[in-house]
Design a protein around this ligand. Structure first.
Ligand code: UN1
Length: 490
């Protein structure tokens, strides 16, 4: 007998197994022998049932009161908040980030739900003057319909929350396909929303693979909009599919985020933020710092400090309070990152240390890789251009601000960018010139507060923004209304 818990899809207000009965296992990346749970390995039939339910529920949810929707989100936030310690722990077991980060991310999901409970109650249109003074002319933002939400494993509760909460707040219904590597956090979020009183069919969870769940979901004409965070490769496929059928699409893709460190910076501050930006969540954030562009005059000294700090990072079980960096998401990812590091070394990039799979009994059970540091990286090399999605930082020396900014911008991505300086004018010039959707001065490239827009320029997104008020742009459409009265009888 096994005591491995079983989790199901949530369709039309009911927790149910995949129609085929198939299941998939979810394993702990710190210990591949530990099975966290068995989840529905769904297919097109489950997707169809979920879209049927969402389309039916939309008929009433979309026309209902925004205040009622806000109340449910608010209640869901309170329910989730009461479960932060358990869910934070589950997140760390399932995804591998440290317990502190797991708890932090779950707390963030609570804040997001609360923020959209408030946002749902904000004005949803504008009143305009008309050429005809008797005309009442206004706009109102209406929901889109059934939305497909496809989320990555690296923020398994915050990203689902920041897509699902606005979708629901503004009157859409949702079919949610979480990453197949992190279905447990998805279940926990849906449980909180269901318990808060969401009517049946408003939010449907379908777990399973991209091919068997994601594909039929994005091809269903009833799914009018899709919001996706993940790889540029999948993003490109979605552009074709959604473009061909005229659906609305939001993409959040990769990053190759720079942190510029100038000679006048507070170097301890810069050091802390560059290392955190590069190594937190084992470097698996699209906002992670992967390039430290350092003023040549201080490059050697700063690299030395980086080396000391990075070498001291304690890698291990994320549930151990002493651990500072957990594993990668799975063995495939760990092998891929180790392979990239090996290739960079073979190509002659100056390797300070790290990037190898870790040995020793406990480490061998999981997807552990040593944090890696390279220096004198050629900005046009693979290491200087491509997102590795792992704990790998490359130092690129530059001669002053102009060259540093040119290097920072010389990649196909444009998600976030940082600069470390004490000079206000330099900071402002950087804020103007950085080709990035998010700019930081004296703080790390990662992080996103829920009340402001989030998203990248160039290859990092699809020009739309998530979170804050920007989410209303994506999850609604505008109706313009002209109202003229019939002539009033004299
Ligand atoms: C953060 O930096 O805290 O997938 C959020 C990602 C981003 C979210 C980053 N879409 O890593």
């Amino acid at each position: 007998m096994s005591d491995i818990p079983v989790f199901r899809n949530y369709i039309a207000g009911e927790w149910k197994a995949a129609a085929s009965g198939a299941v998939m296992e979810n394993r702990n990346p710190s210990n591949r022998d530990e099975i966290i749970g068995r989840f529905a390995a769904s297919d097109a039939e489950d997707v169809k049932q979920a879209v049927d339910a969402a389309a039916e529920a939309y008929k009433t949810w979309g026309k209902g009161s925004a205040i009622a929707r806000a109340n449910i989100l608010h209640k869901a936030a309170t329910i989730l908040e009461s479960r932060i310690p358990e869910i934070g722990r589950e997140l760390s077991r399932e995804e591998g980030k440290t317990l502190k980060e797991g708890i932090g991310e779950t707390t963030r999901a609570v804040q997001i739900l609360r923020y959209y409970a408030g946002e749902a109650q904000q004005p949803s249109g504008e009143h305009y003057p008309s050429m005809n003074p008797a005309t009442l002319l206004y706009t109102v933002r209406e929901p889109l319909g059934v939305c497909g939400i496809i989320t990555p494993w690296n923020f398994p509760i915050a990203i689902p929350a920041w897509k699902i909460a606005p979708a629901l707040a503004f009157g859409n219904t949702v079919v949610f396909k979480p990453a197949s590597l992190t279905p447990l956090c998805a279940v926990r979020l849906v449980e909180a929303l269901a318990e808060a009183g969401l009517p049946a069919g408003v939010l449907n969870l379908v777990t399973g693979s991209a091919g068997k769940v994601g594909d039929p979901l994005v091809k269903d004409d009833r799914v009018v909009a899709v919001s996706f965070t993940g790889s540029n490769e999948v993003g490109g496929e979605l552009r074709k599919t959604m473009g061909a059928r005229g659906g609305k699409l939001q993409l959040e893709l990769g990053g190759k985020n720079p942190a510029i460190v100038l000679a006048d910076a507070d170097l301890d501050q810069a050091l802390m933020h560059v290392v955190n930006g590069a190594m937190m969540s084992t470097g698996q954030k699209c906002t992670a710092t992967s390039r430290a562009i350092v003023d040549r005059r201080i490059a050697d000294a700063f690299t030395e400090k980086l080396a000391q700090r990075i070498a001291s990072i304690r890698v291990g079980d994320p549930l151990d309070p002493d651990t500072q960096m957990g594993p990668l998401i799975d063995d495939k990812a760990a092998d891929r990152v180790a392979g990239e590091v090996k290739t960079a070394k073979e190509q002659g990039v100056t390797h300070v240390f790290g990037g190898e799979r870790l040995s020793g009994e406990e480490r061998e059970r999981g997807a552990f890789v040593a944090p890696a540091l390279f220096t004198n990286v050629d900005p046009s090399s693979r290491l200087g251009q491509e997102e590795l999605f792992g704990p790998v930082l490359g130092v690129i020396p530059a001669d002053g601000l102009d060259e540093a900014v040119a290097i920072a911008n010389q990649v196909r991505f444009g998600l976030s960018a940082s600069i470390f300086t004490r000079d206000l004018a330099t900071a402002l010039i950087f804020a103007q010139q950085a080709e990035a959707g998010i700019v930081h001065v004296n703080s790390e490239t990662a992080g996103a507060e829920p009340q402001v827009p989030f998203g990248g320029m160039k290859g990092s997104s699809s020009y739309s923004r998530e979170q804050g008020k920007a989410a209303r742009e994506f999850f609604t459409q505008t109706k313009t209304v002209y109202i003229d009265l019939p002539p009033v009888a004299k």
